[in-house]
Design a protein around this ligand. Sequence first.
Ligand SMILES: [Fe+2]
Length: 268
Amino acid sequence: MGPLTEDEIRFFKTNGYLIKRGVMDPELCARARERLWDDPPPSMKKDDPDTWYGPIKEEEEDPDGMNLKRGFGWRYRKLGREQFMVNMLPGNEFVNAVAEQLLGKDRFVPIEQVRGIYYTLPQPKGVERKPMTCHVDAHPFNFAIASYIDDVPPDGGGFTVWPRSHRTFWHDFHSRYRPEYGPNYRKHAQEFAEHGIYDQSYGGPGDMVFWHHRMGHMASINYTRQIRKAVICDYRLKNIHVLEEEPPGEDMWVDWSDEVKAVDGWDI
Ligand SMILES: [Fe+2]
């Protein structure tokens, strides 16, 4: 038995995601928050929120993939290798126990680094709201965690999911895990973005969203005055490269733990 209740597993299976709050160590969250100021774009000043708006000035962009700065996004990936970041998220006892509960003990690749801190800069004042977009991530994994190290208020760039979309997108790929898009993927992504009901998972430091790999989602636009700071980490089964040779079958939970398989979704 792991830390998630049967109802929580049921919610995850039915909706494709699950939010848990206050999981991460507040001191580690504070340490990660502070690292924003290691190497910001030069015109961004810690004590002046008016300098935090995007887009990043062209001359201050950084194409380095480990510290990518462009537009409204800044992906401080090299930080993901630091031990305190690993301790904060996959090294957290609760998080690891959830991963074991969902995928099975010793069945997933141990996490030695996280994706880093993903910042979303605020939109300029008075900007018009932009249309929603929806996508599924392309690389092979089973589930991921989007976690917050700071407050993410409504409209603050929270990780947005389209509940239950994993059950549509599961069938929209030729491979169970590879990004081999079928003919319906683009149409469905557009339909969810335009008409689907979404959940923008706002929250505070230590909160996190566990989400299924075929979940439709977007990194939302930040209409607040503060910088959105998220830490993301992916879990994948050790034999995912064998499993990805298979097509998506009728049972989308076939590769998950016995405990997950044993719980019925509400209408699946
Ligand atoms: Fe994504």
